[in-house]
Design a protein. Structure first.
Lengths: 168, 168
DNA sequence: GCATAACTGTTACTAGATATAACAGTTATG
DNA sequence: CATAACTGTTATATCTAGTAACAGTTATGC
């Protein structure tokens, strides 16, 4: 804690001196690094299909919930409606989903997958599943379940913070 | 799997029908959502200190490793060198760290925290620790340890993929 | 009924993170 | 000493994410 002048790390003293020990004690930092690795790998996995993480996610939700509206899709993916427009545009232009007028509400669109969209869904989902298994290959199934469970509990915290007066 | 016409979800049929069941089976998707929640909360935590996630991380590493260079800092945080410039600029302008010429190498700068930087480090780190404990309050210590361990194993996958011929 | 509020998708704009190419100055290597 | 490699930097590009504001449509309250 004293203000030493020059010690710290000298070039070539070791391979990787682990300079982020303090940050490693934070769950969020460790998660950021792990997610960064997943993101980079997944990007390469989806590229051959002409998809990004967001367009893949949107396609999956539309295939699983044909007929839903853009606002519902945005809610499901926790994306703001304005940001949903370009994502849906891209999927429509790629011929993977269709934007048909929703019957009974002239404001809204009903999103449905095309045949092509369903076919790509199958192939892309399989590739992403393989990617996921590759990224978690060092975890046994029990640990992977615990990981997903823990992540769910962390995400849920934001929905329960209304009465204990901690954060608004 | 058949191409049903209109079923899916009708407005008002339920509160939150869980339209992303398929995506939930992917570790990366669950992690993205959890990390998104952490990011949003952490942003609010750091704002009073005039820090962002990246500037906070950089400050912590500089305080813990006084004298290190920008390239070393970038490596430690897995950030490209060009992106490090603005982050260091911001910390220098805020008077939290100093960019002094590295002795023995006229190319490089040695980064060191100022007194002000060390003081803010203490306060911000405490706030982030509280934030981290709040986000993981639904996990007992064993589960939290398992989470961090699992995240580390996932991140490590990218460093061991050179000989099994899966991905370049 | 009808004024008002709320919702739909959209445009425009902003801020931030991340990545690459290319550069001048400096140091290391053969 | 010529060449390669490294330092920080600029410029540029893409993607994510968020807010404000809008016209058209639907729902609500009186």
């Amino acid at each position: 804690m004293a203000d030493r002048a020059e010690p710290a790390v000298k070039a070539g003293s070791g391979p990787e001196p682990t300079r982020d020990a303090t940050l490693r004690s934070f769950t969020g930092y460790t998660m950021k690094r792990a997610f960064h690795a997943i993101q980079a790998d997944l990007k390469d996995v989806l590229e051959p299909f002409g998809l990004r993480m967001l367009t893949f996610s949107a396609l999956v939700v539309v295939v699983d919930n044909p007929g839903l509206r853009q606002a519902e899709l945005a809610d499901a993916l926790v994306i703001e409606r304005p940001n949903m427009v370009l994502i849906v545009d891209q999927l429509v232009e790629a011929g993977l989903i269709s934007r048909a007028p929703a019957e009974g509400d002239r404001r809204a669109y009903a999103l449905r997958p095309t045949e092509e969209g369903r076919a790509l869904y199958q192939r892309a989902t399989a590739a992403v599943r393989a990617h996921d298994e590759r990224m978690t290959k060092n975890l046994d199934e029990e640990k992977r379940q615990l990981l997903v469970s823990a992540l769910g509990l962390i995400e849920a915290v934001q929905w329960e913070e209304d009465d204990n007066g901690e954060r608004s």
